[in-house]
Structures are given as C-alpha cells and as structure tokens.
Design a protein around this ligand. Structure first.
Ligand code: NDP
Length: 331
C-alpha cells in the first residue's frame, strides 16, 4: 500500500518536499461494517491548500505525518457492510492511499454506467454542486443579467458559466491563457473571455465586455482580478465569494480592499460561500445537473493526470493553471 502524508505545512506555494511518500505491506483487516477499497480516481482541489496550513477554518487542518484526504472514487474489493458489495464503486472523502479500509462513513455509491467515474469528482460531484448552489442560492440569477466568472476555465468556473447561459445570462469569463479563453467561447458557450495575464487594464476590459455593468460576480480567485470586477458592478449586484486561489499562497497579511465604496453605493451583496452549507439543496442540484448533462446542455472538461505518485504535483499545478476543467488523478 502506498500513502501520501503531509510532511511540512507549506510556506507560500506548496512544493513536492511538503509531501512524504510511504510504501508498506499492510494486512488490511476488514472488520464488521467496514470495506476494503482500492482507489481509482483522486480529486485535487485548491481548498486543500487551506487544510495544509494550521490556520482556523471551516474544516480542521490536516495533521502532520498523517495521510492527506480529498474526494476519491474507489472500488470495493471486500465488504463487511450491508450497504455495499464487492465490485461497487464509491465516492467519498478518503486518504491519498492506493488501498484502504474504511468504516464507510459518508461514502455514496456511484454508477459507472451512468457517467464516467471521474465525473463524480467533477460535474456530478463537489464541483457541480458548488457551481449550481453558489450561482442559484447567492447569485439569484435573472435572465438578461450579466455574469462575470473568474477562474472561468477551471472545474467550478466552467460549470458556472454554462449554467449562466442555460439561465439566460450574458456570461463573461476570466482565465489565464488564450487557449482557455477560446475554449470558454467555443466549448462552453461563454459570450466573452478576458485573459488576465495579457490584459493590462482589467477594469477597462471588463467594462468593455460588460457594457451594461456586472450583475453577478462568481469569484474563484480574489485579489486584483476581483477588484477590477467590483468597480464594474451594478446596483443590487450579487457577489459569490467561492474561492480566492490568487491569495492562498500569500505569506503576507492582506492589503486593505479599496473597493468597498462600490459595494456601498450599489447596495451590493458580497457573500462567502461554502458548498457544505447547502446540503439540503444537493438533491435538487444533482437532479438538475444530471438532466442538463443528459440533454447535452452541459458539458465538461477534465485534465487527467496518471499515476498515484503524481497526486502532489497535480495539486501544485492547480496554482500554475496547468488544468483545463477538473484536475483529476487516475490510478
Ligand atoms: P480550478 O479547476 O479552477 O483550478 C484552479 C485554477 O485557478 C487554475 O486552473 C488557474 O487557472 C487559476 N489560478 C491559479 N492561480 C491563480 C492566480 N494567482 N490568479 C488567478 N487565477 C489563478 O479549481 P476549482 O474549480 O476546484 O476551484 C475554483 C475555486 O473555487 C478555488 O478558489 C476553490 O478554492 C474554490 N472552491 C470553493 C468551494 C467552496 O465550497 N467554497 C468548493 C470548491 C471550490 P488560470 O489559468 O485561469 O490562472
């Protein structure tokens, strides 16, 4: 059995040396109620960066010298639990480990005949739920409004933009390469895209792409990109603060925001969003996402990295924008 543990709490950008690889012969004894699982796909996500530090947050930090956990799809090799049988595939928060014994808490069965297994980590998993509940519950979109999405070519952002189009919004995406901007328009149906790495005046570029102003901002990145969006908001704009990847690796205290006056004068709502606060909406969201997928109204991209040993590097690559759509590791 191979395991990846957290060796150091990263300072700034995580590096491979923050992780420890361990290989050991394990007995894998399965007790009553437990399952023996073999990992098939591992989700790497920007929020894991937060759990690698020991700052107080909404989920407890990872412990040093203990396995890292994230969303995993695994096959049941052996079951002593009535709810699962050998050959089933399950999704849940599990260790970065090739094989593991689980008490089956929080695991759900996933059906490989309905969608590729990796999709249950993306569009039919946390990613899709985040996009749908964040946009509908906080964004409260109305047809004809203008939506700006940052991190638009990533897992969450690419789904947010497509849902925006389904709901009749004008959708503008912000991402870090011309290839991603092209994909936003040709594959995901965005109306416009802005490459934040090559655009000198983001504030002007957003004003140009959104001549009627911004009604909803789905923020995945924070920092200066978000400041440039916020100076373009309309009265009663809604801002979903889903993530802030551009500042996750910062080691200095945040500089003060100077955009608050734009919130005040527009009576705008800016709300932090955590997907796990919306579990009551998950059944509706899953039903809607599956229906749209079946109707080909929604599509998705994945960047699939092969090999258990490449989990940490795939995670680190999120901060370099190496992924298009959902970053997943296949074992
Ligand atoms: P993504 O698939 O979007 O991957 C991260 C992307 O962020 C990269 O592809 C990169 O794209 C972009 N990025 C990296 N560094 C920067 C930077 N300095 N400035 C701007 N963009 C950058 O990840 P997810 O879709 O999984 O997550 C998106 C966001 O949503 C994250 O902030 C995450 O923490 C948050 N999230 C929050 C949840 C919640 O419940 N609150 C749940 C799930 C996700 P590019 O090439 O465009 O730079």
């Amino acid at each position: 059995t191979k395991t990846i543990l957290l060796k150091n709490r990263p300072e700034g950008k995580p590096s491979i040396s923050d992780f420890e690889f361990k290989t050991e012969e394990s007995e894998n004894t399965v007790n009553q109620g437990e399952l023996l699982l073999e990992t098939k796909y591992v989700s790497v996500d920007p929020y894991l960066r937060g759990r690698m530090s020991d700052a107080k947050s909404y989920v407890p930090p990872f412990q040093l010298d203990k396995p890292i956990q994230s969303g995993v799809i695994a096959e049941v090799l052996e079951s002593k639990n009535d709810k699962f049988k050998a050959g089933d595939f399950v999704s849940g928060m599990l260790n970065w480990q090739t094989k593991q014994v689980s008490k089956a808490e929080g695991l759900t069965k996933v059906d490989p005949s309905k969608a590729p297994l990796s999709a249950y980590l993306g569009i039919l998993g946390m990613t899709g739920l985040t996009a749908y509940t964040g946009l509908t519950e906080i964004g409260k979109p109305k047809a004809g409004e203008t939506l700006v999405v940052s991190g638009a070519a990533g897992a969450v952002g690419s789904v947010v933009g497509q849902i925006g189009k389904i709901l009749g919004l004008k959708v503008i995406g912000i991402a870090g390469t011309d290839e991603k901007i092209e994909m936003l328009k040709s594959k995901f149906g965005f109306d416009a895209g802005i490459n934040y790495k090559t655009t000198k005046d983001m504030k002007a570029a957003i004003a140009e792409a959104a001549p009627n102003g911004v009604d909803i901002y789905f923020d995945n990145v924070g920092g200066p990109i978000s400041d440039a969006v916020l100076v373009n908001i309309n009265r009663l704009a809604r801002i979903i603060v889903c993530g802030a990847i551009s500042v996750y690796n910062n080691t200095e205290a945040p500089k003060s925001l100077s955009v608050q006056p734009f919130l005040v004068k527009n009576s705008a709502l800016m709300q932090g969003f955590i997907v796990s606060n919306y579990t009551d909406k998950f059944p509706e969201a899953m039903k809607q996402l599956s229906t749209w997928l079946a109707e080909d109204k929604l599509t998705y991209s994945e960047t699939i990295v092969k090999g258990f040993d490449n989990i940490p590097s795939a995670f680190i690559d999120l901060f370099e924008g190496k992924n298009k759509g959902k970053m997943v590791v296949e074992l």
